[in-house]
Design a protein around this ligand. Structure first.
Ligand SMILES: C[S@@+](CC[C@H](N)C(=O)[O-])C[C@H]1O[C@@H](n2cnc3c(N)ncnc32)[C@H](O)[C@@H]1O
Length: 338
């Protein structure tokens, strides 16, 4: 029989989806925004959210047990520093990610058994080969996904800017740059850079809006297209964050070939990805990478790769001088054509 401590730990792990669910509800109801300036009584929160008062009180109590808010007496609740990250206007907000995780990923993950048994993605099991094509059937899902990716990229950008010196780059294209979060941050830090976001046409509106808001629209453009067909030329460097991990080696080699054709002979390629440890151990850091790997299995059909796997992929696609710049959760993998 397992010791009581192990059994209790196991039960907590089994029930961890409940934590995702209560955070998701808080994000959807805008609890963090309502509590931004001052603690509020449950009655007021119920009126503002339209929720049932008794049920909302129970949710707030659950949220206080996980540190998102705090009971203040008088039936009032305040927001904690942790909970402030659910405010869509906070500097490092994860509100959009909470909605993506609770509304989309948790449903997708409930079918993980099917993916483990077949090796197929959720989309493939529904008869659609490319999960981004399936996503296109729901504009709401596209918006939720783009906003969630922007949250994660905003979180990782300080690490990327600290790990890599972009001062030698004049023209930088973010291939699969989504809503423009990364290129806007790089362009703001490096005023010599002319930037471009290259992505599917459906990302244009969100990206142009963000580039404008970040005041870099005068030197950063959006280029619509499909990286399996071609990548536009004109940039002396390409950056790609969270792209290669979406695809299997065969599809990656098509993207990399198109990047190679778009770059000049002196071109630089910057791949920004998580690096899968060679020997994962039971640590928070390795759990994060392993869970992301399964997310790729169930979602787009890619995988998280080790350093050795990235080096091989890049070298087989004709890139040389591969060097790794650790940037926190992600790494910047630099390679060159000559
Ligand atoms: C995981 S997201 C990464 C977004 C962004 N690079 C980031 O890290 O925040 C993958 C991106 O690839 C884009 N994408 C998927 N298929 C594409 C294709 N065939 N051509 C161009 N972009 C594509 C998606 O629209 C999405 O923005």
């Amino acid at each position: 029989m397992p010791p009581v401590k192990s059994a209790s730990e196991l039960r907590q792990l089994i029930q961890s989806h409940r934590v995702t669910a209560v955070i998701h509800v808080a994000a959807r109801l805008g609890i963090a925004e309502l509590l931004r300036d001052e603690p509020l009584p449950v009655g007021k929160l119920a009126v503002a959210t339209g929720a049932d008062e008794q049920a909302l009180r129970r949710l707030l109590i659950a949220l206080s047990t996980i540190g998102i808010c705090s009971a203040e007496g008088d039936d009032r609740f305040s927001l904690t520093d942790l909970g402030a990250g659910l405010d869509g206007n906070s500097e490092q907000s994860f509100k959009a990610w909470a909605i993506f995780e609770g509304q989309i990923l948790s449903h997708r993950w409930s079918g993980m058994l099917d993916s483990v048994m077949t090796g197929k993605t959720a989309a493939q099991l529904q008869g659609v080969d490319n999960s981004f094509d399936l996503m296109a059937q729901s504009p709401e899902t596209v918006s939720i996904f783009n906003a969630a990716m922007a949250d994660l990229t905003r979180f990782t950008t300080p690490g990327i800017l600290g790990a890599y010196d972009f001062s030698q780059i004049v023209s930088l294209m973010d291939v699969g740059g989504g809503a423009g979060e990364l290129i806007a941050a790089i362009a703001r830090r490096y005023p010599q850079i002319r930037g471009a976001v290259f992505d599917l046409p459906r990302c244009a509106e969100a990206a142009l809006h963000h580039l404008d808001r970040m005041q870099v629209k005068d030197r950063t453009e959006f280029l619509p297209g499909d990286f399996f067909q071609a990548v536009p030329s004109g940039a002396d460097a390409i950056i790609m964050k969270s792209i290669l991990h979406d695809w299997n080696d065969e599809r990656c080699s098509v993207i990399l070939r198109n990047c190679r054709q778009a770059l000049p002979p002196s071109g630089v390629l910057l791949v920004v990805e998580r690096i899968m440890p060679e020997a994962p151990s039971p640590s928070e850091e390795h759990r994060e990478q392993a869970m992301s790997d399964l997310n790729m299995l169930r979602g787009p059909g890619g995988l998280e790769r080790t350093e050795k796997q990235y080096r091989r992929l890049l070298e087989e696609a004709g890139f040389r001088q591969v060097s790794i710049h650790p940037a926190g959760l992600f790494s910047v993998i630099e390679s060159r054509l000559s």
